[in-house]
Design a binder for this molecule. Structure first.
Ligand SMILES: Cc1ncc(C[n+]2csc(CCOP(=O)(O)OP(=O)(O)O)c2C)c(N)n1
Ligand code: SF4
Length: 238
């Protein structure tokens, strides 16, 4: 990571997710050959924080950009870092087809149940009953449909090699998240196919909760819908 101040709101776990990715890159000793793709959304400035090559992609197109870079430079380790508005809504087609094609890229998918940067609108991951700026009475399935479980959905695709969902709501889960991200990068380095780690993350600003209460909300409200664990893992990486 670069020694700069991040722009994220106080308590936001985007910073922890960044740190985990940075630690994994250092542990694998791949900084010189890693290329990151930043999304739209709060993580658009990720290129300011990682001390590796970076490309910013238009809305939801990070998996397509990552595909192009990885195919041209197959010896590089290519990862995208995307929020749920970016990945699960605007770029649904891109992520589904990149996984189906078995692109040898790694995706770090931050699920905070809202569009963070643009002031907390409903995302595909917004929980039933959850109040957002566009669902002021709570998400009603008769009007807004049901939450999309991205990890489960992508795990059905043959091209997906490693799919896991983790959370950052306490230290034990942060440690698990680190292991999953490490594994996802290893899957790519072993040429085994597409890898994605869905990370449950908090948005205190748009949830209208203090950071501590937000962590509790993840545990009590999000995890029952977004079950943690590995949905798919190749035998080669244990
Ligand atoms: C096609 C299009 N749709 C939407 C937007 C506006 N937009 C930019 S960032 C963003 C929010 C992305 O939120 P998310 O991916 O959940 O990331 P977060 O900010 O929560 O980290 C949106 C809706 C846009 N610029 N263009
Ligand atoms: S708006 Fe939400 S996701 Fe974005 S930096 Fe602030 S707390 Fe984090």
């Amino acid at each position: 990571m670069k020694d700069v101040v991040m722009h994220y709101c106080p308590g936001c776990t985007h910073g922890i997710a960044h740190r985990l990715v940075g630690e994994v890159i250092d542990e694998l000793g791949i900084a010189a050959k890693t290329i990151g793709i930043s999304p739209v959304g709060c993580a658009v400035f990720a290129y300011n924080y990682f001390n590796v090559d970076f490309q910013q992609a238009a809305h939801g197109r990070a998996p397509a950009v990552a595909t192009g870079i990885k195919r041209v430079l197959p010896d590089r380790v290519v990862f995208s870092y995307q929020g749920d508005g970016d990945l699960a809504s605007i770029g649904t087609a891109e992520i589904v087809h990149a996984a189906a094609r078995g692109e040898k890229i790694t995706v770090v998918f931050i699920n905070n149940a809202v569009y963070g940067m643009t002031s907390g609108q409903m995302a595909p991951t917004t929980l039933l009953g959850q109040v957002t700026t566009t669902t002021p009475g709570g998400r009603d399935p008769s009007r807004a449909g049901y939450p999309i479980r991205i990890a489960e959905m992508l795990a059905t695709l043959d091209g997906a090699a490693y799919i896991a969902r983790v959370s950052l709501h306490n230290p034990a889960n942060v440690a698990r998240a680190r292991r999953a991200i490490l594994k996802a990068f290893k899957v790519q380095m072993l040429d085994l196919g597409f890898s994605l780690v869905e990370v449950l993350s908090i948005c205190p600003t748009n949830w209208g909760l203090a950071p501590q209460a937000s962590l509790k909300w993840v545990e009590e409200m999000m995890i029952p819908t977004f079950t943690l664990g590995e949905l798919k893992s190749p035998a080669e990486v244990g």
